[in-house]
Structures are given as C-alpha cells and as structure tokens.
Design a binder for this molecule. Sequence first.
Ligand code: NAI
Ligand code: MG
Length: 342
Amino acid sequence: MSKQRIAILPGDGIGPEIMEATLSILTATGLDAEFVYCDAGMAAMEKGKPPVPPETIETIREIGVALKGPTTTPSGGGHSSANVAIRKALDLFANIRPAKTLPGLQGPFANANLDMIIVRENTEDLYAGIEYQAHPDVAQAIKVITRPGCRRLVKYGFKMAQEQGRKRVTAVHKANIMKLTDGMFLHEFYEEAKNYPDLIADDIIVDNCCMQLVTRPEKFDVLVTENLYGDIVSDLCAGLVGGLGLAPGANIGVDCAVFEAVHGSAPDIAGKGVANPTALLMSAVMMLRHLGRHEQADRITNSVLRVCSDGKCLTVDLGGKAGTKDYAVEVIHQSKALPAVS
Ligand code: NAI
Ligand code: MG
C-alpha cells in the first residue's frame, strides 16, 4: 500500500504525551505513514492563532483523516471549544464511541463482558452554542434539532449496526418532555428502522437509560442519541468498562473523519508521564480500520488485549505503576511477539 498521510493534532494537557506514545506504536507496526502536524486548542492560541486555525481545517479536509489529542476549553469565559469548531467546520455528524470490557481489568463491571457502541449526533442540539443573555438575570440556550440531522445520524447508526452484525439499536431521548425536538429525533429513528427489519429497534428515556446502564449494562448493544445525552452517556459507559483512559472515539463526516479519545486534556495529570494512552491508541485503531489497514489494527488490538490481561504493565488509572512510555514500549514488545490474527 502507498504511504498513508494522516493529520496529527497533538492537542493540550496530556495530548502530546499520549500522542507520542500512540504514534510510536503505529510506527512500530510498520505502518508506512506521513504524519502532518497541525495546531489546535491552547497550543494554537499560544502561537497567536485561533483555537482552530483555518489551515488546520484545510489540512484535515485535504488529507481526509486526522488523529486528534484532547484540547482544553476553559469553562465560563475564555475561548469556545476547538472540538465543537472542528466538528462543525468539517460537518463530522456522527461521533462513534465503543465501550467494550477489556480482559483482566478490575472494577465493579470487570466480569460483565460489555460491548456497546454509542452513536452520538455531533453537530446540533445545545452544542450549536446559541446562547444569549435575555436579561441580566436570565440566560438562554437554544436546542437545535433538524430533521435531516436526525435522519443522517440514525441512518449511520442502523447501517453501522448491520455491518457489524449487531442485534439491537436503541434510541436514547427525552421525548416525553421535549416533544418537538426529541420527538423529531424519535420519529426519524423509527422511520429509518423500517429499512432494517432484521435489527431490533427500541427506545429509552435518557434518565432511565443511565439507571439501567448501571444496573443491567449487558442488555445494551448500539445506542443512538443526540449530542448532549451522547456526551454524558458515553462518559458513563467509559466508566463501566474501566475509565476514560480506555474509551476511544471517531468523528465521522461525509468527506473526512477525525479520531480522538472520549476523554479531555486531564490537566490534573498533564506533564507527569502517567496518562493512559490506550483511549487514543484504540481511536487510532478505529482510524486504521477506516483506512482499511486491518493487519495493523488487529496487531495493536491483540497486543493491548495481551498487555491488559497480563496485568503487569498497567498505567496508574488502572491500578498499575507503569508510565505512558513504559506502557507503549510493552505494547510494542507484545505486538512484535504476536502473529496478526484477524
Ligand atoms: P478529562 O476527561 O480531561 O479528565 C477527567 C478525569 O479523568 C481526570 O481525573 C483525568 O485525570 C482522568 N483521565 C482522563 N483521561 C485520562 C487518561 N488518558 N489516563 C488517565 N486518566 C485520565 O475531563 P475534564 O477534567 O472535565 O476536562 C479537562 C479539559 O478537557 C477541559 O478543558 C475540557 O473542556 C477538555 N475536554 C476536551 C475533550 C476533547 O478534546 N475531545 C473532551 C472532554 C473534555
Ligand atoms: Mg465529553
């Protein structure tokens, strides 16, 4: 295969550390890639640029695929989210977040064998960022839900579910209260479900969903949902399968895709060399599959499975003592020892 160009956005906080570890593993698999570095987030602002410089968007658009580290967004005042800007500029409408139990890890759900995928709408909802001060004591935010936005998201969710041999697709919503917005989402969900008679389509109200995710998580398969619920529910699911250090994600658009972990820039551990790079690494595995590079994707996945079940070289968030680099070295070591399994 020819050299694969990949846009790389190292990001802020732990971003550069976990990106370096991830790229060292990608390179060690023999992937013939050219990494094209781009600025985003605080890292861009420190160079006097906006949080998402136009040249970053242009590069991702031209290459078609990017691997992104987390970017910091200050709460309250300060700049707006680089993530939201990238997703909107490139129309990355579907945010895919798998939550799968890894072998050997401790925790209350260690034996639950969970395997879920959250398909989150990525460009609309309250994340449209339309807020205004109606009165000195009243602030308002507008929830934007469009029919085409709902339809393309649920279409993607059902198609993905079918391609991956999944059995059930569940819409997560609050249509009992938000009858127009979430009602539209739910309507489009059941309209699209008619095209997939082999898949079970059902729905659940988001608060009940959170409760059942904790009491009976194994009953869930593919969850499709709006932007805000998807953000919250996917962190919950990350917690079920071992924490944010393990949860990968993909932002998919029509022409390009940006792969990034569910977690943020973790300022509390940034610069200490202890962050778990697995979430970004498994996001890179999703990217490899998107690019048809299944051999390398299998090799990395199998190596991560072996390192986790072995349990001797785990990062601090998983109860181990390994630093980011130690873990990356061990994943590379194990990947070289393994034959590729498809
Ligand atoms: P966070 O996800 O950065 O951290 C939450 C907790 O999880 C922290 O205790 C952190 O140390 C831990 N954690 C996260 N990733 C980890 C990893 N790889 N290894 C070990 N521990 C890890 O969430 P927080 O603190 O709410 O947000 C920090 C910043 O990140 C904010 O500015 C936020 O806006 C931004 N953010 C960016 C995202 C992105 O770029 N996609 C997504 C979520 C938040
Ligand atoms: Mg989030």
